[in-house]
Every structure is written in C-alpha cells, then in structure tokens.
Design a protein around this ligand. Structure first.
Ligand code: ADP
Ligand code: MG
Length: 243
C-alpha cells in the first residue's frame, strides 16, 4: 500500500533576483514500512522537497498524496531546553489536544523499550547529542504519524555517534512499522538504512536514478555496512553524484 505519492512535482522560487527553478518534475512513491533515502548535492532542493511534502510550502505544480499523518524530524533536534524530556515528548499531543491515557502509555513503553525512561525528568541540555536525537524521534512518533520525513537528522552528530544513532533510529522505524523518507548527503548512511535510494541531480533537482538496495547481508545498518555488496552500491551512487 502506498503511503506517499509525488506526481510531477515542480517548484520555482520567485525572488527579487528572478525565478529559481529548484525542483524539476519529480515523481516517486513510498510503500508502507519502506525507508527511502534521497541523496543529492547540497542546494539541489532536498529540503524544499520535504517542505513541500509536509505542506509547509506549496509546489508550483504537481500533486502530493499522503495516506495518514506526517512526522518531520530535522537536523537539529529542536527540543525545548526549559521543558523536561517527558514534557518535550508530550508537546505534540498537547498542541493537538490529543493527550489520552492510551497515547501516554504508548509513549512510556517506547521510552522504556529504547532505554530512555530513566531520563524523562532530565532537561535536554543534560543529555548527549545521540540521546537527544532519539528523544526527538520519539517525540515525532508520539502523534502516531504514518510517514516520517527526516532531513539530515544525524549530521550534527560526531561520526561514531552518528553510526550508532542511525542504527537505533533504523530499529525504531522498522519496529514501529512507519514509512520514512530520509534526506542525507552521506552515501553510506543512505545505503545502510534505505530500501531504495533516490539520486538527485544538481539544481533544478531531477530524479537521476533509483537504486534498489535488496541484497545486503545483515539486519541492521551496522551489519549492512560490512556486507560485501556494500561497496558496489557505494561506487554506483558515488559515480552518479560525480557525473
Ligand atoms: P538542499 O536541502 O538540497 O541543500 P534546499 O532545498 O535547501 O537545498 O535549497 C535549494 C535551493 O533553493 C537553494 O538554492 C536555496 O537557496 C533555494 N531556496 C530555498 N528556499 C527558498 C526560498 N524560500 N526562497 C528562495 N529560494 C529558496
Ligand atoms: Mg537541506
């Protein structure tokens, strides 16, 4: 079942400097439970694409069909420093006036399962970058979105943390059976986390190629990175990005 569908999406920004074509006719879809990664040069229009999908901005033309709610997670965790972890996580439900016992119980279960429950009364600045990012994900999941948009969610983390956190976040996404669209400029991250990788061209972004990742040995991103087939995908995507 399709969770997200983009049909001939185009975007032009009109500024005092003139028209800037950013997205040139992009179509793709995401199935239930699938993780799709987008890689592309910086300034290609990747964040613009996520902003269009989340309805923060309108496309110039084309259509976006979303089945269910969207959760959006950014590069910076946007946790509020004056609220405890617990109160940060509940903020989405409070805004939507949707905080019932069942939802709160589900959140507590998520926090326990992912080793965060003992920190619920801490403030975000007392925690590591990796923990903050996992908390930001659980906050995003609190409103039960059916599709997650992740815009370079690990790029503020140091290399080692980033690999560990991407492993954890992959696990959470797969356990919770949500679909995800992950924007990253890290080719290895895309290959190790995604079922498919969409390679974008320079601006205006076109869909250059779709690479299906289906034969890496291993269940987790960490294991997949060690798979013999990994470097085949890496070379292929590297080549496409450097054409
Ligand atoms: P990426 O995320 O791939 O690095 P962005 O989607 O952020 O790229 O930006 C793509 C291009 O669109 C950039 O050249 C950027 O300056 C431009 N852009 C983004 N938002 C706006 C806007 N609101 N108005 C005008 N230009 C914009
Ligand atoms: Mg961006």
């Amino acid at each position: 079942m399709k969770k997200l569908e983009l049909i001939h999406v185009k975007k032009t920004f009109y500024t005092e400097l003139g028209a800037l074509n950013v997205i040139d006719d992009i179509s793709f879809d995401i199935n239930e439970g699938e993780i799709v990664a987008i890689v592309g040069p910086s300034g290609a229009g990747k964040s613009t694409l996520l902003n269009i999908i989340s309805k923060l901005i309108l496309p110039t033309s084309g259509k976006i069909i979303v089945d269910g709610d969207i959760g959006y997670m950014f590069q910076h965790d946007h946790l509020f420093n004056w609220r405890t972890v617990y109160k940060n996580i509940l903020i989405g439900l409070e805004i939507k006036k949707d905080k019932d016992r069942k939802k709160v119980e589900r959140i507590k279960k998520l926090l326990t399962k992912y080793g965060l429950f003992e920190f619920i009364n801490n403030y975000p600045q007392e925690l590591s970058g990796g923990m903050r990012q996992r908390i930001a994900l659980i906050r995003t999941l609190a409103t039960e979105p059916s599709i997650l948009l992740l815009d370079e969610p690990f790029s503020a983390l140091d290399y080692q943390t980033r690999i560990n956190v991407s492993n954890d976040i992959y696990q959470i996404i797969k356990d919770q059976n949500v679909s995800a669209l992950l924007v990253t400029h890290d080719i290895s991250e895309a290959i190790s986390m995604a079922d498919r990788v969409l390679v974008l061209s320079h601006r205006p972004a076109k869909l250059k190629e779709v690479i299906v990742i289906n034969d890496l040995e291993g269940k987790t991103p960490l294991e997949k990175r060690k798979s013999t087939k990994f470097s085949y995908y890496f070379d292929k995507i590297w080549g496409l990005l450097n054409e």
